[in-house]
Ligand binder design. Sequence first.
Ligand code: SF4
Length: 455
Amino acid sequence: MIETKTQAATKSEGLKVVTDVVCPFCGTLCDDVKVVLDGNRIVDTMNACIIGNEKFKSAQAGHRVMQPLEREEGTTQFTPVSYDYAVEKAAQILAKAKRPLFYGWSSTSCEAQEVGNELAEVCRGVTDNTATVCHGPSIMAIQTVGAPQCTLGEVKNRADLIIYWGCNPIHAHPRHMSRYTIYPRGFFTERGFDDRTLVVVDPRPTDTAKQADIYVQVEQGKDYEVLDALRTATRGEDIPDVVGGVPKAQIVQLAELAKTKKFGLLFFGMGVTQTIGKHRNIDIAISWVADMNKYTKFSLIPMRGHYNVTGSGQVMCWQSGFPFAMDFSRGYPRYNPGETTSNDLLRRGEVDAAMVIASDPGAHFPVSSMKHYAKIPTIALDPHYTPTTGVSNIVIPSTMVGVEEEGTAYRMDNVPIRCRKVIDGPEGMLSDEEVLRRILARVKELKGLPAGQGH
Ligand code: SF4
């Protein structure tokens, strides 16, 4: 076996290597990462991509929140407080609120998500995850028409046609292509790259598109039209000369090529879910994939971003039946995207307190949403300083799941994976799950509800 420079250096310097570590950054959840430790300090990683490597290193970065903080009224100044004080303050805010919003969840464990959703129910609030601004339309479409799906293991071993539509994995999921789709040698794809065809559909010639055998340059916002034409061409019916900027000949070529393959996969990203048509784009994509199964085997998988956004949808579904934007304000779970989604609630001023968990709406939500967030009592639970912590009233730090804490996460293909603990967190630092358990227990006391799980 060829020894890498890092492995050789590790031995000579007496460092320790932890193997089979899961990278808690993107929905690919790579589980072959090695982390090099010097005592309790991460000095290097092996196999992780540049983003994954940075995630592990961020455990020791200077922008960690090291103790709970309270913002001084009307200022941007924060005062350090104890965990007990922060938990009490958070519980008081949430117990007093008529309809608090709990947002985020996608970068923490399923165990923490489970407790958090119960907290939302006890407070008669709304619990929503980051799917609300990414793959929410995918989930809505999948719930509407179903979806032929498979695991990434099946893709690696069987798929000979890979289509990336409206996504750019080279930058967003850097190891997706090397671990599962284009480059690996699989059981029935022994020649790896040479056994597969890569198609990229995108308005821009992205770095992923530059690797493609066939690049389809769709006009911005015309995904529905091209998918519809592809479906029609697949059935052998006539289509217009140009659809959504794509010549008829290329659409027909793709339809015919797909039929000749043994196993095709459609991976799609926010370029499809967040452009005009939204869940209808996914609806028609699913319909085309379902049609394709008359000719060959075909599946689709959404390119989920945060490492456990899939898990958050799973946990919400098995707790209350809905995958995001779950509203308990009527005393039972309700879900109506466009009404109970975070941005809609914030922009209309329909929540009177908010707690953000393992997420950063301050960096991603529109200003109109964050203006309301800045006006109401707010709590942020996060290991790092973020634009959101900067405008929150109470900031509670936590350990990092998958680095300093074990926890379960779901990969983008809905496979649950157990994330490992690699190092100890900062002394006295609590996990997301523990902080949420303490707040839940105190909110129950304040509301006169019985202790224990469920109510
Ligand atoms: S592809 Fe994603 S999960 Fe894999 S190492 Fe990179 S950031 Fe981590």
